[in-house]
Design a protein around this ligand. Structure first.
Ligand SMILES: [Zn+2]
Length: 148
């Protein structure tokens, strides 16, 4: 189950990058799109684009190639958005910056619901409910948003 795998990975202490670095990355990208922007807009401002491919190998839901994010299509928009944000995160973290797959998931979740957007009372992008819950938990634990 994807939700459990991701929650385990993100919370197992395997992350290398700081909250500050990942949040800044997500906020920086979002600052270039409007409030009504979607995953594809984020990809575009990051100088990449989304292509759909049903023929990806079994167990592979996406691949980040240089300037193309290939994702498996789905009738569930929430799953597609999550796949795009995940491949976008692989692309953004690239090969030069030392990181783990936990960092990729943390950035994926931050892109789905960046702190500035939370502060403005805007909803997350349309990702699965478990992803929104995990993101809310991470934000609460990191105290990135004061309780005041
Ligand atoms: Zn991945």
């Amino acid at each position: 189950m994807l939700a459990l795998t991701v929650a385990d990975e993100v919370r197992a202490g395997l992350a290398l990058l700081s909250d500050e670095e990942l949040e800044a990355e997500a906020a920086g990208l979002w600052s270039q799109v409007s409030d009504v922007g979607d995953a594809e807009d984020l990809a575009r401002v990051a100088d990449t684009r989304v292509e759909y491919d049903r023929g990806l190998p079994a167990g592979v839901d996406g691949i980040a190639l240089p300037h193309v994010l290939v994702v498996r299509p789905s009738r569930q928009r929430a799953l597609v958005v999550l796949r795009i944000l995940h491949e976008l995160s692989h692309y953004l973290l690239g090969v030069d910056r030392m990181h783990t797959h936990a960092d990729v998931w943390r950035l994926t979740l931050a892109l789905a619901w960046p702190v500035p957007r939370i502060r403005r009372g805007r909803p997350p992008l349309e990702v699965p409910a478990w992803a929104v819950e995990l993101r809310a938990l991470i934000v609460a634990e990191s105290r990135m948003i004061s309780a005041a």
